[in-house]
Design a protein around this ligand. Sequence first.
Ligand code: SF4
Length: 257
Amino acid sequence: MSNRIVCQFSCGAASAVATKLALAEYGATRDVQIINAFLANEHDDNRRFAQDCEVWFGQPITVLRDDKYGADVQSVFLRERYMKGPHGAPCSTLLKRRLLSTYEQPGDVMVFGYTAEETDRLDDFRERNPDRPVIAPLIDRGLGKEDCKAIIERAGVELPAMYRIGYYNANCIGCPKGGEGYWRAIREDFPEVFEQRCLVQDELGPGSWFLRYRSGTRKDERFPLRDLPVGPIARNEKLPNCSFFCEMAEADIAATA
Ligand code: SF4
């Protein structure tokens, strides 16, 4: 059985602080590993943040990278022929979850970057996965997302660019888990990415549309990104986390739904 503590570092503030805390608690007695899934669609500055965190951790990060789709969500959408299904987006499963399963060993203890705001998610995960040992250093210490950002800054590490320009997390640019306000922000800040996702929908057709009209005669009908009306921009729209673990939890939820 493995003696490993496995931290999943997602280039976000929460997972960085969770990793740092796990190293502080277990670094002297256990084999603490830090893993990260490379995604071609994240902001380039995520790599700078990862390098800065390696210095802060005093330990290298093992970067896992999907080969089948070139670690590119655009390629996943086009080849799998959808962007978002009833059980979530295919990219997180294919580009993150699968990588984790190639890395996992029996007995691994996983470190969750869930924050104090996400206690319910941790409880839910543990209930559904009683044989999967996990620890959540942020919840144990009552640390929220904003606490994590402050800790990173006080450590002298510059937060990822996506946070600095106002986004809720540092996940991929142009994520199908986002809503209207988020997509208006992407259209304004990253028009080339917005156009790429529109091109996917042009090719795949109405089955790939995931936004819905919220009012009017067409309420609840889906519409394509190209038809996104002008309206409020919400860079800080709260998107679901996208980590190895979220996918595990969501897959479990889907399996029992
Ligand atoms: S952040 Fe969004 S686009 Fe990127 S892998 Fe996760 S679900 Fe897919």
